[in-house]
Design a protein around this ligand. Sequence first.
Ligand SMILES: [Zn+2]
Ligand SMILES: [Zn+2]
Length: 245
Amino acid sequence: MRYKEELLRLIGEVIFPENIYCVGCGEPIKKNEIYSLCEKCREMLIYSRPETCVRCGRFVKKRETVFCEHCGARPPKYDRGAAAVVYNDAARKMIYDLKYGGKGYVAKNAAGIMQRCVENLGGHDIIIPVPVHKNKIKARGFCQTTLISESLSKLTGIPVLKGNLVRTKDTLPMSGLEPEERRNNIRDAFDVTDASCILGKKVLLIDDLLTTGSTAEECARVLKGSGAAEVSLAVFASPYSKNKN
Ligand SMILES: [Zn+2]
Ligand SMILES: [Zn+2]
């Protein structure tokens, strides 16, 4: 099974070779461009440093209050959060290509861009990817959160714990659901197979996108229930959130 996934990923990389086109806009780039991004996309993704909510890491337009609208009403179940880039056109294309375009190598570029914000979150004992249901992994040929986690592990030296936090329920797409419906949709979708690997550990949870946060929160709830000392969340991208009124 893992062999088949790896083979599909490698075939994808032959069909879509990296470092020829910009992963943010698809324009041709020079071979040595950092993160496979053209100058315009690099500017859009990396050099724009918007204000962030101190609790969850979501971006806010103006730092009038300390928390974003999500955390102001109800603090998240994870201890700290950080997003590497704003969910703009370039980030949207990268996530789309990674999840639906067979371009597994985009995970490496995303991880490279995430490295600094992961290091700023503090020290962690283990990296755990937000689990993706096996039906989606089968369709995609790989698990995008695992690929990002493995690349981040190479960059930071923090080991990845795979196959311990698992997804037991294939949920409905979250788009179009109200916050309460999202929380119900995701409830009991995750399980820990061996709590002894998590007990007392500072866990860094990795996802590609943070929107309402209900998936990451449910993972954090399950991990803390299994004895994790701390759970931080790092995501590649997150849209702007409103400030708390
Ligand atoms: Zn570009
Ligand atoms: Zn927040």
